[in-house]
Design a binder for this molecule. Structure first.
Ligand code: ATP
Length: 356
């Protein structure tokens, strides 16, 4: 178990494409850490720099106190698990797992012991002699995890490991991978496009933008206290609207949008918005209520679309601040298209940022 520290790492491809731009990051020992962000923001490049498959153009990477920036990949003892399992279909499960150890000239008896241990870790005891093509997709992904774990890595790097699996299996494997990482005290970095996967599994996560960290925090912090509008809209769904600052208080603020005043929390502690300054308001669909609760943030609207989704109902409501997506769980009253409604939201649930 090792902490990982990335210090001012940049990576420029072909002298022109800036994939990483002076990025700093500290991952704690034993943490399951997620990297998220729009396509091209640098997630895979960062993971590959940590693995040693790319060399940073600038900056340093540490595993614990060891500077690994110039260390060859196999000397870093970082194991990587890919989206494509990269298994040999004609070889047995055991051979697939033991291959890396055979290459390292580990004695046969020890290999046998370590393969058995790795199979146990991924709950595939008794599958050693099967060939890969006799396994399900989820079992194959567990073999690729076992192959990574058998070398006793200092850290585990996962690049979209579940994206080839069907939806149900993906959800089951989330728990499996998390418990494998936690039970074995591994430090793991996980890249995904699936924000729900990240919210469900991560100890902490970072949202990257343009080769830097935009925000870092626990899933709850990132979802409930996004510091920028692009983080709010990237993780989960949200209604964004632009307006002008009316009044700024210690950690909340009033904003006027098309003549309507809204009050919400300010998550960027460094922002002291001046009256008249442009601001963006973010309201999650589940934050809007269709019944009166606190009297704060009331807006009249008209239902223009409704989808009944079993456990929840989703509306689109036209209001003076724009079309709002509204989600209600277990609704008390069902509204129809054309109904006039009033939306309500508590000020603690609305987030306000400086307009970017
Ligand atoms: N080998 C390479 N040569 C040139 N440019 C590259 C190379 N690898 C990545 N890039 C560029 O670097 C930037 C970051 O790419 P990277 O693959 O790290 O992004 P990503 O966040 O993982 O994207 P995705 O979510 O689409 O996988 C992109 O602009 C990409 O085109």
């Amino acid at each position: 178990m090792e902490a990982i520290r990335v210090e001012k790492v940049s990576k420029v491809f072909d002298g022109a494409v800036v994939a990483l731009n002076g990025l700093n990051l500290e991952i704690k020992a034993g943490e399951l850490f997620f990297l998220l962000g729009a396509s091209g923001c640098g997630k895979t490049t960062l993971l590959r720099c940590i693995a040693g498959l790319e060399t940073p153009s600038d900056g340093r990477i540490f595993f614990g106190e060891l500077d690994v920036t110039k260390l060859a990949p196999h000397k870093r003892e970082a194991a990587m698990v890919f989206q494509s399992y990269a298994l040999w279909p004609h070889l047995s499960v055991s051979r697939n797992i033991s291959f890396g150890l055979e290459e390292r000239k580990i004695p046969k008896a020890e290999i046998k012991e370590r393969v058995a241990e790795a199979l146990k870790m991924v709950r595939l005891e008794g599958y050693g002699e099967r060939s890969i093509d006799q396994l399900s997709g989820g079992q194959q992904q567990r073999v690729s995890l076992a192959r990574a774990l058998v070398v006793k890595p200092r850290c585990l790097l996962l690049d979209e490991p579940l994206s080839n699996l069907d939806a149900q299996l993906r959800i089951e494997m989330r728990r499996e991978i998390r418990s494998i990482v936690k039970d074995n005290g591994l430090t793991a970095i996980y890249v995904t496009h699936d924000q729900e996967e990240a919210l469900a599994m991560a100890d902490r996560m970072a949202v990257l933008a343009k080769g830097r960290i935009a925000q870092i925090g626990t899933p709850e912090e990132i979802y409930r206290q996004p510091a920028y509008s692009h983080v709010a809209s990237f993780i989960g769904e949200t209604n964004l609207a632009d307006g002008d600052v009316m009044e700024m208080h210690e950690d909340f603020c009033f904003v006027k949008i098309n003549g309507t005043a809204l009050v919400g929390r300010v998550t960027d502690k460094n922002w002291r918005g001046q009256p008249g300054e442009k601001a963006t308001v973010s309201i999650r669909p589940e934050v809007w209520r269709l019944h009166k609760e606190s009297g704060e943030n009331e807006i009249a609207g008209k239902v223009v679309e409704r989808s009944y989704l079993g456990q929840r109902i989703e509306y689109f409501v036209d209001t003076v601040i724009g079309r709002q997506q509204v989600v209600e769980m277990n609704p008390y009253v069902l509204h129809s298209v054309g109904d006039h409604v009033t939306l309500h939201a508590r000020h603690g649930d609305i987030v306000i940022f400086p307009k970017s």
